[in-house]
Design a binder for this molecule. Structure first.
Ligand code: AVJ
Length: 323
């Protein structure tokens, strides 16, 4: 039975609270999780098509060329029914490749896609109903951090955390998050996790600084979202998109920089904020990994790396871990 995605959209209250905290702090920041409203989802779909943005194509290649291998790994863990839980499912395009194969093999499983974007979950659930009428699926619209504790502790689980979404955390935060996943799993359960790998810094930077300015629009949509949902009066034309890549930490970071001295009013907070010329607001981390860091992240949190699945050029890895 495919139940409709319960789009439990958390009110704007939480958004307002986080915006207040980020803009009151020094240096200022806004969380990248707020990129993904309906408009942000649409811009992200454009990003995935960009020549410079290699990540999605690499991971799709892994899923298409190694579905057999992946399936084998998932089925080795036992033939009992399992829950296929996806953190940050997005449009599910890669996972559908896997779902098709699992259904063809007659595997018994329930698909639970979770995404921060209520809109994305609704679209995914409706496309699943048409493409896979027999699939048992339940979508959840929430911060995936929040839902890990809600999982049924007795069922066998395969958790998918793909798309390099782990990259949005710095290493230490990522490690704490992986620990939380480990705590929600039983021995033998599986985590499939996608990492963008360290490579030519120029290529990494270009992926976040595309020529058409799509990533710029994505970053500045955060200000527009504040305008739409919180009654802000940001003029995006007075802010600059500024990405950089630090090859030591492996962090690609994005900032929004105020191009002039300016004041911005946010009605929902009943406050105005003063921005100095060239003042940055930090908005995103997209961390790139070495294979050694991938292994360390697994092992320090009670997982072992069962197999690394690469695209042909080894730009990206989907690492299959067992607890
Ligand atoms: C969806 C988090 C993997 O960090 O590469 C794309 C988001 N930001 N371009 C990434 C993103 C700017 C993306 N993730």
């Amino acid at each position: 039975m495919a139940s409709a995605a319960q789009a439990v959209k958390k009110g704007t209250a939480e958004f307002a609270k986080d915006v207040l905290a980020g803009l009151s702090s020094s240096p200022r920041y806004l969380s990248s999780k707020y990129f993904y409203d309906e408009k942000g989802d649409a811009i992200f779909r454009q990003i995935m098509q960009l020549d410079e943005y290699y990540l999605t194509r690499c991971e799709l290649e892994i899923f298409q060329r190694q579905t057999g291998e992946l399936n084998l790994l998932l089925s080795e863990a036992g033939s009992q029914p399992f829950q296929l839980i996806e953190l940050g499912a997005g449009d599910g395009s890669k996972t559908k490749v896997l779902i098709r194969e699992l259904l063809r093999k007659g595997a018994s499983f329930k698909y639970v896609p979770i995404d921060i974007s209520a809109h994305a979950v609704e679209e995914l659930m409706s496309s699943l109903r048409t493409e896979f009428p027999s699939l048992d699926a339940e979508g959840i619209a929430d911060d995936y951090f929040e839902v890990l504790n809600l999982f049924d502790h007795h069922s066998r689980k395969v958790v998918l955390f793909m798309g390099a979404n782990i990259g949005n955390y710095r290493y230490d935060e990522a490690s704490r998050f992986i620990k939380k996943i480990a705590d929600a799993l039983n021995p033998g359960d599986i985590l499939v996790i996608g990492f963008d790998l360290k490579k030519d810094p120029a290529r990494i930077l270009a992926a976040y600084n595309d020529k058409k300015g799509v990533t710029r629009n994505f970053n500045l949509n955060l200000l527009e979202r504040i305008n739409r949902e919180l009654g802000g009066n940001f003029d995006p034309g007075k802010f600059i998109h500024y990405p950089l890549y630090d090859p030591v930490s492996g962090e690609a970071r994005s900032y929004i920089i105020s191009a002039c001295d300016q004041q911005v009013r946010i009605d929902a907070l009943d406050m105005s904020f003063q921005f100095s010329q060239w003042e940055p607001i930090h908005t995103e981390v997209s961390k790139k990994y070495s294979l050694q860091e991938v292994r360390q992240l697994a092992e320090e949190n009670g997982f072992s790396v069962k197999k690394n699945l690469f695209d042909e050029k080894e730009n990206f890895v989907d690492s299959v871990w067992t607890k």
